[in-house]
Design a protein around this ligand. Structure first.
Ligand SMILES: NC(=O)c1ccc[n+]([C@@H]2O[C@H](COP(=O)([O-])OP(=O)(O)OC[C@H]3O[C@@H](n4cnc5c(N)ncnc54)[C@H](OP(=O)(O)O)[C@@H]3O)[C@@H](O)[C@H]2O)c1
Length: 327
């Protein structure tokens, strides 16, 4: 089958390790099933993999991709949940949360990913695709949009009416935070380095937009971080006393000054967040239909033209998700 792979790691020139071509059909183990991929989407995670972050070289070549929607073996339209982990992890009360499994992985880290004609996944990782979502829209949900959902509605402690600041508005997670934040009744502020992206953030539903690092009209309740070093200092300065910064990524670097005096004196909380559970993905899909929210798609390519899609992702110019379709 046709697939898009990480063949080699090259931190300086990540796209040089991208492979497009024939790969063996998936061989699902017991309890797993195969999904015929109709649409899949790119994430910054795929670039990290090509740069050697979060992947062991002995896994290569590996099929890239964590996002997909398609048709399962019984003909149902499904969305693929990308977290491979123990659903009962951390379950003192019988609940459980696979994102808390210390041995969890994301599709394309240990097991082959979604940028292919077919992908094997645990049967429990399938979520019904609502009829109201297109293939491309559904394929945007499992990584960036699920991460944004958990940041906003599970981890942040924010209430409707609170002001949230989204750093780096153009990214896949950031555009999801703006759209879902608006749907959730928060006052959404966003920063972007780019004037055109700031306008697009307003169009998407942000109440106000700012250049990175500027003094805000007032301090905010929660900051949503995906950028890391480039915006961290501003994120801490932007918070009210008792405010919270929720962080799921560090695109510009993981080691900014900690500014500990500010953290304790203003009693700030730093909250990590990663992906979401299968049930949260199902709730997100339902919420998109109920609130008429749709993932913002920057561009769509044929799966076989994945190199152009990766060039767009690597350029940093995208606003929203980059989708690949499979016939
Ligand atoms: N923990 C998890 O489960 C999880 C899930 C999804 C993503 N992530 C992480 O979250 C991050 C974002 O992912 P994504 O897929 O949304 O990435 P993306 O679509 O590539 O987003 C990149 C955005 O980050 C901003 N940015 C990048 N470099 C910057 C810099 N030097 N200074 C300021 N802003 C910068 C840009 O915003 P502007 O151009 O608008 O300024 C850009 O639009 C990645 O690091 C990813 O690995 C983690």
């Amino acid at each position: 089958m046709f697939a898009v792979t990480a063949d080699r790691i090259d931190a300086a020139d990540p796209l040089s390790g991208l492979g497009l071509g024939d790969r063996p059909e998936p061989q699902p183990p017991e309890g797993w099933t195969t999904v015929e991929v109709r649409a899949c989407a790119l994430n910054h995670h795929d670039l990290w993999t090509l740069k050697g972050v979060g992947i062991s070289p002995d896994r290569l070549p590996i099929i890239l991709g964590a996002d997909a929607a398609g048709i399962d073996e019984s003909g149902r339209e499904v969305i693929v949940h990308a977290v491979i982990g123990d659903p009962f992890a951390g379950a003192a009360d019988g609940g459980g949360d696979e994102t808390m499994d210390p041995r969890r992985s994301l599709l394309s880290e240990v097991y082959d990913g979604t940028l292919a004609e077919r992908v094997a996944v645990p049967s429990r990782n399938l979520v019904p695709k609502p009829a109201g979502l297109s293939w491309a829209e559904a394929a945007c949900l499992p990584t960036a949009w699920l991460t944004a959902y958990r940041m906003l509605f599970v981890r942040s402690g924010a209430h409707p009416g609170d002001t949230i600041l989204v750093q780096g508005a153009g990214g896949g997670v950031a555009t999801a935070l703006i759209a879902l934040g608006r749907a959730g009744g928060f006052r959404v502020w966003a920063t972007s380095r780019d004037e055109a992206k700031r306008q697009l953030a307003l169009d998407l539903g942000a109440d106000a937009v700012f250049e990175p690092g500027v003094r805000l009209p007032e301090r905010v309740d929660v900051v949503m971080e995906t950028v890391g070093e480039a915006t961290w200092s501003h994120s801490l300065k932007a918070l009210k006393p008792g405010g919270r910064v929720v962080i799921c990524g560090a695109t510009s670097g993981p080691n900014p000054p900690a500014d500990l005096n500010r953290v304790f004196f203003l009693q700030l909380s730093v909250i990590g967040s990663t992906m979401g559970t299968r049930d949260e993905l199902a709730a997100l899909a339902d919420l998109c239909v109920a609130k008429d929210v749709r993932p913002l798609i920057d561009s769509t390519y044929d799966l076989r033209d994945a190199r152009s899609a990766f060039e767009r992702l690597a350029s940093g110019e995208a606003f929203g998700k980059i989708v690949l379709t499979n016939r």
